[in-house]
Each structure stands twice: as C-alpha cells, then as structure tokens.
Design a protein. Structure first.
Length: 327
C-alpha cells in the first residue's frame, strides 16, 4: 500500500511542478514587446500553456535570468554570449527579429558621414551592442577604430551626453538613439543597423534545464510567437499592433511607429534561412561568430564560446515541417 501512496504523491508533485507557468523576462524592444499581442488576445491560453511574462529593464532582465528567477529571457545574440560566459548559459530557441535601423550612430550637426568621425569623440557603452555597431560601420567604411575616441557612456545617458556637446556622436539603440536625434537639432544618423542587417539579432534564450523538462510547452510558446508575427505583418492590423505595443511602454502609437519600422519581425518562412550555417551576417551563427570575436578582443570574456551550445533551431524546424515549410 505504501508504495502506491508514495507513487501517487510523487505523481501529484510532478503534475504540480509541470503546472507552474513558464517565466519569461521581456523588456523594451519591439520584438519582445510584441509578446503583449499574444498576452492580450489570450493566445497562450488557446494554445494550452501558462506563461508568466515579467517586465524588466533590459540589463535587469538578464540579471534575473542569471539569478534563476526566470526560465527564459529576451536577449541579443551577443549579450547571450556574455551572460553565458560570465553568469549562466542559455539556449536560443526562438529568433524574433533583427534590428533594421533602431540601432544608430547619431552624429552632431556638420558631421555628414561616418568617415567624418575620424579625430572625434563618440559616446557609447563599451563592450555592448552600440560599440559593435560603431566598429562594424568603421570596418565597412575602411576606417581604423584608432582614429575615433570612445567615451564610455551608459546607453540611456547618451542623449544627454550628446546634448551637452561632450561628444561629437553617440551610438545607441531606440529609444535612446531617437532621443538623441530630438535632443540635438540638426543631428543625423550616419550609420544604422539597417546598413548591416544581421549584426544584431534578438532572440528568446531558455535555461537548458527548463528546455529539457518543458520542451512541449516551449513549442507551444513558439507557435504563439509565429501567430503574433503573422498578425504583425498584416498591414490591416497595424493600428491595433501600434496601440498594444505603445501602451506597454507608455508612448503614443505615432511615437512608437518608427521603433516598429526599425525592427524586422521574422515570420516562420523567413526565419529558416537565418538559422542556416553560412558565415555572413545573414545567419545567426555567422553573426554570433563576429560578436564572439568582438567580445574576446575587447576582453568582455577571455575565451571564445562554443556557439553551438547556445543555438537550438530544432523547435522552429519541427514547426516548419509540421506546416509544410521547407528550409
């Protein structure tokens, strides 16, 4: 009798554990704010998965993941490598988007192109995405990074620093990049992520433990995401999409529209090529190799990472096969 009671107790405990919601940290980036669409429309309930979305500023969201307070978090491919090398490893199971203009190098009036930054000061957060963006632009323009002076500046402070004229340009992502443009009349973007598509990918990274235990539930999350992506790409839904996303970050739909345009949301048929194996920025692996080299060069961490451990396209490929979409 006792073994049966013990078995029943264990089964009850297991069921209770499985019933716990998946905890996902998300922050102010259009490709992650977009989860609000699925939340508000009840699509997770329809899919049969309980998810607890927790809102953070970006860096605190990664800290919460490292501390084990959440099961997954929205991160760029570069920041996931940093988090894994210095805190806690994670596995990307969903590629939301790539930055398509939201990340910018914004220059003061009189600076017309990236080459004009030689001998100038650029405010940016060293070792983070804005630094990588500037270096990609300089490389593309054939300019040595040594000709530009970096002024280490937290990304959210770049608009004020530029307005104070302490620097000649800044590198930042939205909303900071847009705020810098407003703060300094006559300023302009001289290089953006639209000039190097794939330099910055935005994904959902899951703890390996949660992925192993709850794979079926994570598949349901992915199914909801591609429902969201299709909804967002339908122009007939634009007003509703802007209304939902802008309300989450407390701006008007009109103010939010440029942020959305600067983010390329990937549908299921589009995303498959980005999970490919080519070396260029058009694939996640190619982009991550470039970011990994950047991180080692600038001593963000000591040794190159095993990139394969950070990437798991299997759920996406499985869903594509189910829907008859070929890679």
């Amino acid at each position: 009798m006792l073994p049966r009671i013990l078995a029943a107790t264990l089964a009850l405990g297991l069921a209770s554990a499985q019933a716990e919601p998946l905890k996902i940290g998300y922050s102010d980036w259009p490709g992650w704010v977009a989860w609000e669409i699925g939340i508000q429309k009840g699509w997770f309930q329809e899919e049969g998965v309980e998810v607890d979305f927790q809102w953070f500023d970006y860096v605190p969201s990664m800290d919460a993941y490292v501390a084990g307070k959440i099961d997954a978090v929205g991160m760029t491919n570069g920041d996931a490598l940093v988090t894994g090398a210095t805190g806690k490893p994670s596995v990307a199971i969903l590629l939301n988007d790539f930055s398509n203009g939201n990340d910018m190098v914004v220059a003061a009036p009189g600076i017309e192109k990236l080459a004009d930054l030689q001998g100038k000061k650029v405010g940016l957060e060293e070792g983070f995405v804005p630094h990588l963006l500037l270096l990609a632009g300089l490389e593309k323009a054939g300019i040595s990074p040594d000709t530009v002076t970096i002024v280490n500046t937290p990304t959210n402070e770049t608009p004020q620093v530029m307005a104070s004229k302490a620097v000649d340009a800044i590198s930042a992502w939205q909303p900071s990049s847009g705020q810098a443009l407003k703060a300094v009349p006559g300023s302009k973007p001289v290089f953006t992520s639209a000039d190097a598509p794939g330099i910055i990918y935005d994904l959902v990274y899951v703890s390996p433990e949660s992925l192993e235990k709850r794979r079926a539930d994570w598949m349901k999350v992915i199914k909801v995401w591609y429902r969201i992506a299709d909804y967002m790409r339908d122009e007939n839904n634009l007003d509703d999409v802007l209304k939902i996303l802008s309300a989450r970050v407390k701006v008007t739909p009109e103010e939010y529209e440029p942020f959305l345009k600067g983010t390329y949301i990937l549908t299921l048929d589009e995303v498959l090529k980005h999970w490919g194996e080519s070396e260029g920025l058009d694939t996640l692996i190619g982009s991550s190799k470039k970011v990994d080299a950047f991180n080692v060069q600038y001593k963000v961490y000591d040794k190159p990472q095993d990139l394969a451990k950070y990437l798991d396209p299997s759920l996406t490929l499985e869903l594509a096969k189910e829907k008859g979409i070929k890679p």
